[in-house]
Design a protein around this ligand. Structure first.
Ligand code: ADP
Length: 340
């Protein structure tokens, strides 16, 4: 009977390629008075993982035509013995007031620019409302599953274009909304920060969700940021949302330095005359930055190629020299601001 149960458990997997028996999660199987008790030791305390495990184990045992009552006891391993503290020198978050202003595109291209400059770089996609970093780096883990879970529950980031990446999107199906609440997000972020094999990094770029909210507060408390970079377009409506974000970052209890602001989709470059056409209004972000006493980091044009390459999953800085120089300048400005 025990053998049969073990065989059933061999059909159950978590994130790993190994089944739960092979990966040593099953600690004990007790059989008593038509009751089966399975003791598991788990390092990931996430509720959805526990629930999935219980469901999968129950189904797998029932499939073997065993009708005894099944009890599953899960012990969560203490954090102490598996915490690794990699050296991450600078953690910088990219924020925006509104969605769709190009925050993830900019986080992507700043990360790749830093790699080009010779730094060790990580990118943590914490945009729970629309984690688009996997798409921008052409990572599709549904198509090509990878082993995110390392020994002892430590996570492995996925490296693409030299950047070590972890995204909240790796833990949800494509197109599926993430409906995690604050405490859940906090738990996952804690794991991203402290139980991930980042190695030593010069920079960890964090792609924040747009706007302000409870999630931001959990994020800011969980991640020891060196500073924030804000992305906006020049439109009044975008800037009024940025105003709220600035207010949040400057609340005394969570104060995070704002390293500067980037104007995205600033202008369209005329193909013939190379003239800049500022159709969202000229200097909107620059004037705002002066008013708010925020450093102006630079402007990025609206360019069809930027959209096309991000859809292809190729960072534009690798393909277009004009844009590469703009990003390298902006990235240098950010580094300078860190030392101000
Ligand atoms: P956010 O992270 O702020 O929601 P994204 O970075 O996902 O915004 O960008 C939204 C869309 O706009 C994407 O399709 C992206 O390719 C496109 N985009 C961003 N910046 C530019 C730009 N400067 N020129 C053209 N398209 C852009």
């Amino acid at each position: 009977m025990k053998k049969k149960i073990e065989k059933a458990l061999e059909n159950v997997f978590i994130v790993d390629n190994k089944n739960i028996v092979e990966s040593g999660l099953v600690k004990k199987i007790d059989l008593l008075n038509n009751k089966i008790t399975i003791y598991l030791s788990l390092s990931n305390p996430a509720m959805h993982i526990k629930n999935k495990l219980i469901k999968d184990i129950t189904n797998s045992i029932k499939n073997k035509n065993i009708s005894d009552t099944i009890r599953i006891k899960i012990e969560v391993k203490s954090d102490k013995d598996k915490k690794i503290e990699p050296v991450i020198k600078n953690i910088i978050a990219i924020a925006s007031g509104k969605g769709g202003v190009g925050k993830s595109t900019i986080a992507t291209n700043i990360a790749v620019s830093l790699v080009k400059m010779g730094f060790h770089v990580g990118l943590l996609d914490a945009d729970i409302y629309g984690p688009s970093i996997p798409l921008m780096f052409n990572i599709n883990i549904e198509e090509k599953p990878v082993n995110l879970q390392h020994k002892n529950g430590i996570m492995n980031p996925i490296t693409s274009y030299g950047v070590k990446i972890l995204s909240i999107g790796f833990f949800s199906k494509y197109g599926q909304a993430i409906v995690w609440r604050g405490p859940m997000v906090t738990k996952v972020l804690r794991q991203f920060m402290h139980e991930t094999n980042w190695g030593n990094l010069d920079f960890l770029i964090v792609d924040l969700p747009p706007g302000t909210g409870d999630i931001h507060l959990s994020l800011l408390q969980e991640i020891p940021l060196k500073g924030i970079v804000i992305v906006s377009t020049s439109q009044k409506i975008a800037l009024s949302d940025v105003n709220r974000s600035v207010g949040m970052f400057r609340i005394q209890s969570i104060y995070v330095p704002i390293l500067g602001i980037i104007e995205n989709m600033s202008y369209v470059l005329s193909k013939k005359t190379k003239e800049k056409c500022y159709f969202f209004g000229k200097n909107g972000v620059l004037n705002f930055s002066k008013e708010m006493n925020i450093f102006f980091l630079g402007e990025i044009p609206m360019l069809q190629k930027i959209r096309e390459y991000s859809d292809l999953g190729i960072p534009i800085v690798l393909k277009n020299e004009y844009i590469r120089n703009i990003f390298l300048n902006i990235t240098k400005n950010i580094i300078n601001q860190l030392h101000e």
